[in-house]
Design a protein around this ligand. Structure first.
Ligand SMILES: [Zn+2]
Length: 467
């Protein structure tokens, strides 16, 4: 009876933890299932296919998707009718430009019509984009094609960095950890089932930093993944506190935010290992990862078709907006989705020998562009504040009107007028007269609800008129 009451007294968190320890006994084969291993084995092979074979595969998948969309998705059925497109007109990816772009505006207005009528609602999950400001855009995905440990595409990315299914990992991302019963926050939590140490992105501070080091020492992750901004802050606090490297990860995986050069440098130098960056988005129309050569992001071509567009036309080897077609999500097909991100196809073949095409992100994500008075776009990532002065703790741009930016700065000890001059000089060199910047000193810069720390909080709507 005593035992029963003890279990009864356990919090939901503790019960959950116990269940994970029990589940962790399950062999990997049982845990991930046959489908996962079959698909993972197939993806292991397809990454080495020739470009031609990959395109052939994409064409075949595209034809299937188009027929499905025409027959089962009200939005596409009426769009094709209206534009006089027959499904047989879309034979290869070269026919894609016949189909109008799928904008975020369409998602906002016609969400219901975009859902396939032959897919059960219970197999779908509703998600929203992680726009840092304004209204997030909602969409549906099939549950089976969600980002998760059971997703072979996601796992291929880890494999490239040498991380296996049973490797010990730590993550510093948007996960929240249930607080203790007395309301105090937990800085970390260990999931034995996934062999994953979850570190809280929301509680990173100088005061707490020793606890992060303690957690890493205790669980000894072989790999660390996370938001670049959070990893950067963590290593910065470690270095400042004189904490020697608490763990020696084999590699680090970054995602969800653009990784800026100073972040890559700082994280690499502290941990002494390589960084494998991932380019993707909540909508998951593009999946792309760096390989061991780090010469760009390999597009997972089995998953999506990526186009680069400038002035309404395909561009090759020059920058354009990233337009993507998801070949996997039949629940809500996204054909020629306007991501709002800017990138460029890399025409050279990667030295790794994989057939998957390479791309480079240019100036980051859609929200990282500032708008000049004349309506031009400038990526704010060209400004390198950490290079200009060491006395800045954190910084972030905010844009509310064309031609003007606010630069929020959290000052470090020792910050003086000289630093203001250095920042001004850097801004002037990069922005010239195109953008006026107002400095604003603040105590802290808050992360978004999802734990991200965007370089630019863009209040102007720029996503629809980039093309
Ligand atoms: Zn490569």
């Amino acid at each position: 009876m005593k035992k029963v009451s003890k279990i009864y007294e356990m919090s939901l968190y503790e019960l959950n933890q116990m269940a994970k320890w029990v589940a962790a006994i399950l062999p990997v084969k049982v845990r991930y299932g046959k489908d996962f291993f079959n698909r993972a084995a197939w993806l292991e092979k397809s990454q080495w296919w020739s470009r031609e074979r990959l395109i052939e595969y994409q064409n075949e998948r595209l034809r299937r998707l188009i027929i499905h969309a025409y027959n089962n998705v009200p939005y596409y059925h009426s769009l094709f009718k209206e534009k006089g497109i027959r499904p047989s007109d879309i034979h290869t990816l070269h026919d894609l430009p016949k189909i109008p772009l799928l904008t975020k505006e369409v998602l906002r207005k016609k969400l219901r019509d975009l859902v396939a009528s032959n897919v059960s609602k219970k197999d779908l999950i509703y998600l929203t984009t992680s726009g840092t400001t304004g209204q997030p855009v909602g969409f549906y995905r099939e549950k089976k094609s969600e980002y998760s440990d059971g997703d072979p595409f996601w796992w291929r990315r880890y494999q490239w960095g040498g991380c296996g299914l049973v490797s010990r990992r730590a993550a510093l991302t948007s996960w929240t950890i249930q607080p203790k019963r007395n309301g105090t926050r937990r800085i970390f939590s260990y999931n034995p089932f996934r062999r994953l140490l979850i570190l809280s992105t929301y509680d990173l501070s100088r005061k707490n930093i020793a606890q992060y080091a303690h957690a890493l020492r205790k669980y000894k992750p072989e790999f660390i993944s996370g938001f670049p901004s959070a990893l950067e802050v963590m290593v910065k606090y470690f270095a400042e506190a004189g904490i020697p490297r608490p763990v020696n990860p084999k590699n680090i995986f970054t995602q969800s935010e653009e990784i800026y050069p100073w972040q890559r440098k700082r994280i690499r130098e502290y941990f002494g290992c390589e960084i494998y960056d991932w380019y993707g988005m909540e909508e998951r129309v593009v999946c792309a990862s760096e390989c061991e050569e780090h010469s760009g992001h390999h597009i997972f071509a089995e998953h999506s078709i990526v186009e680069f567009i400038k002035d309404g036309k395909w561009v090759s080897g020059e920058e354009g907006e990233i337009i993507a077609t998801d070949l996997e999500n039949y629940g809500m097909p996204m054909i020629r989705y306007q991501t709002g991100d800017i990138g460029q196809a890399v025409l050279e073949k990667c030295r790794c020998g994989r057939g998957l095409p390479l791309m480079k992100l240019i100036g980051g994500r859609e929200r990282s562009f500032a708008v000049t008075k004349e309506g031009g776009y400038i990526p704010v990532s060209i400004v390198d504040i950490p290079k200009a002065t060491e006395h800045v703790e954190q910084f972030q741009f905010v844009q509310k009107e064309r031609g003007t930016l606010i630069l929020k700065v959290v000052r470090k000890e020792g910050f003086c007028d000289k630093d203001v001059g250095l920042i001004r000089k850097n801004l002037q060199e990069k922005f010239g007269e195109m953008i006026a910047v107002r400095l604003e000193f603040v105590e802290d810069i808050a992360r978004t609800g999802r734990g991200k720390l965007p370089l630019l909080v863009q209040h102007l709507r720029i996503d629809e008129d980039l093309v």
